[in-house]
Design a protein around this ligand. Structure first.
Ligand code: ATP
Ligand code: MG
Length: 214
């Protein structure tokens, strides 16, 4: 694998997708490597079908363990279809969410246990982890207020979960960032979108100078 794999993590409404829209053209302008932007759950046709089952508001009775396994299944397919082929071709892969989301949301949020969810994800990924994870940290209330303010569509199943759920998700992300300081870098997501994107770009170019012409 000679590419570069970076994941972007954080609570709902942290600004991951907004930041990535700013970041992709910057990386493209400064690199000879192609940039692939992808997202989870989904990212390829089979994985998108699994995404649909996971996020369907009608699936009110889904067991937490089913949910965790479906996320892991979608991830295995996403790796197979998109991430591994791109990395083999030397591309820069940016994934909007990855394993840490499962550990935070299913492990801590749904209270399945972070070790159990990490274990099924080791199987699903065969150990393929990003070289860098940018964690966009915001208090849950900030993220949820942004989503409610801007978004027209109804909430999906996970966004409907309560305040205690979102508190557990954030605490789990913060614990992961503390445990894996080499891989995970925290950016303050309460700053303006442009500042968040600038900080992420500064971290990426500093960590991986060989990928960029600066
Ligand atoms: N730093 C920011 N300051 C103010 N508003 C922001 C900021 N970042 C994002 N927003 C706004 O908040 C909303 C949610 O942002 P975005 O969709 O990027 O979050 P996300 O982290 O991708 O959320 P999700 O996990 O639900 O996909 C958007 O309408 C966006 O314009
Ligand atoms: Mg998003």
């Amino acid at each position: 694998m000679n590419g570069l794999f970076i994941s972007f993590e954080g609570p709902d409404g942290a600004g991951k997708s907004s930041m990535l829209q700013q970041l992709v053209p910057v990386l493209e302008a400064h690199s000879d490597h192609s940039v692939v932007l992808t997202r989870e759950p989904g990212g390829s046709p089979i994985a998108e079908q699994i995404r649909h089952v996971i996020l369907d508001s009608n699936n009110t009775d889904m067991a937490a363990s089913t949910e965790a396994l479906l996320y892991a299944a979608a991830r295995a397919q996403h790796l197979h279809d998109v991430i591994r082929p791109a990395l083999r071709q030397g591309k820069i892969v940016l994934s909007d969410r990855y394993v840490d989301s499962s550990i935070a949301y299913q492990g801590a949020g749904r209270e399945l246990g972070t070790d159990a969810v990490a274990a099924i994800n080791r199987f699903a990924t065969n150990g393929t982890m990003p070289q860098l994870t940018v964690y966009v940290d915001v208090p849950p209330a900030v993220g949820i207020a942004r989503i409610q303010h801007y978004r027209a569509q109804p909430e999906d199943r996970l966004e409907e979960a309560g305040a205690a759920f979102h508190d557990r998700v954030r605490a789990a992300y913060q614990a992961l960032a503390h445990q894996e300081q080499q891989r995970i870098v925290t950016v303050d997501g309460t700053q303006p979108i442009q500042t968040v994107a600038d900080q992420a770009w500064a971290i990426i170019q500093q960590r991986f100078p060989a990928f960029f012409n600066i």
